[in-house]
Design a protein around this ligand. Structure first.
Ligand code: NDP
Length: 298
């Protein structure tokens, strides 16, 4: 028999039990594979297994930091639609959080991802309400741009704290639980500007490049425990963050995107939903570039 993971083995035994009774093994099915009855029963088993997989999704909890607006809102909606219990975090905009709850069905939690203790309190509340976090999308991020010769220490520290420290603050406090349960998904929302650098964004580019290093190192530690760790690097996506860019600058940015438009938040969300799924179990330590070919990362 080829190598089967624990879940596949359970599935194979489950199929055998349905088709032949609990004593049957996989070779029995192989011998009788031409039997129509077997095939019908196998179809029925497959249907039930899909239901079981669905139940697994239903019982899993996802946290999306900065999950109430922009890209995070689309990720919260995408994960909710895929059947997860979703906690959407935010830092201050209560109106956006209310709207997020109403439109996605996600439950919203206000805490500051740049503060370790604030994250700890938020996670405790999420666990009490929805159960422990199985999927963490480290999405919350800010920009505070300036050319380096004018960048203040506050600009540097704030962006590093919200965009990079946050990944530690969240992931460190759910990591042991993921290890104990033998399942986890950590998805870090980096940026095209963490891959290529950007004038006026030394702080942001450093934080986003840091997330890629964080991803590559932690993926190695999670691999044997059923935990995948990946980064997504969006290009320019049509959100408030990008709409704040002066129009003439935005036009010149769009002219450098071969696809000829800004990306949509939903195009990042669909990648995220895939990385959270069982199907993506072999993808870990990866940097997924989603940028309309604006920057082809090696
Ligand atoms: P938005 O500004 O639209 O939304 C940011 C979200 O993060 C909000 O929900 C906000 O909460 C939350 N947030 C900000 N600071 C904190 C904090 N300290 N603690 C908790 N939550 C916080 O951002 P985008 O959707 O544009 O960006 C999302 C991520 O994608 C960011 O990491 C960004 O760097 C990255 N990215 C974005 C690109 C783009 O083109 N938009 C391109 C590449 C990467 P509140 O509503 O309360 O303020």
């Amino acid at each position: 028999m080829p190598f089967l993971g624990p879940k596949t083995k359970i599935i194979a035994r489950f199929r055998c039990a349905i088709c032949y009774g609990s004593d049957a093994d996989e070779s029995t099915i192989a011998r009788d594979s031409s039997d129509v009855l077997t095939s019908n029963l196998a179809d029925a088993a497959n249907f039930m297994l899909r239901s079981i997989a669905g139940e697994e999704v239903m019982s899993r909890t996802a946290l999306v930091t900065g999950g109430t607006r922009g890209i995070g809102l689309a990720i919260s909606a995408g994960l909710k639609a895929a059947g997860y219990a979703v906690a959407a975090n935010y830092s201050g905009n209560d109106d956006a959080a209310k709207s997020c709850e109403a439109t996605t069905g996600a439950k919203c939690y206000k805490f500051d991802v740049s503060d370790f203790d604030s994250v700890g309190a938020g996670l405790a509340q999420i666990e009490a309400d929805l159960g422990p976090v199985d999927i963490a999308v480290n999405n919350a991020g800010i920009t505070w741009d300036a050319p380096f010769h004018k960048m203040s220490q506050a600009q540097w520290q704030k962006v590093i704290a919200v965009d990079l420290d946050s990944a530690f603050n969240v992931t460190r406090q759910i990591w042991e639980g993921m290890r104990d349960r033998g399942f986890g998904r950590v998805i870090n929302i980096s940026s095209i500007n963490g891959q290529k650098g950007q004038f006026g964004q030394v702080n942001y580019s450093a934080a986003k490049a840091g997330l890629i290093g964080f991803t590559k190192a932690l993926a190695q530690e999670g691999a044997k425990k059923g935990i995948t760790v990946n980064a997504i690097c969006p290009g320019y996506i049509d959100t408030e963050m990008v709409r704040a860019v002066p129009e003439n600058v935005l036009e010149s940015i769009i002219s450098t995107i071969p696809v000829g438009r800004l990306g949509k938040a939903e195009e990042i969300a669909s990648m995220c939903v895939y990385l959270a799924s069982e199907d993506a179990a072999f993808i870990t330590g990866a940097t997924m570039t989603v940028n309309g070919a604006q920057y082809i990362a090696g």
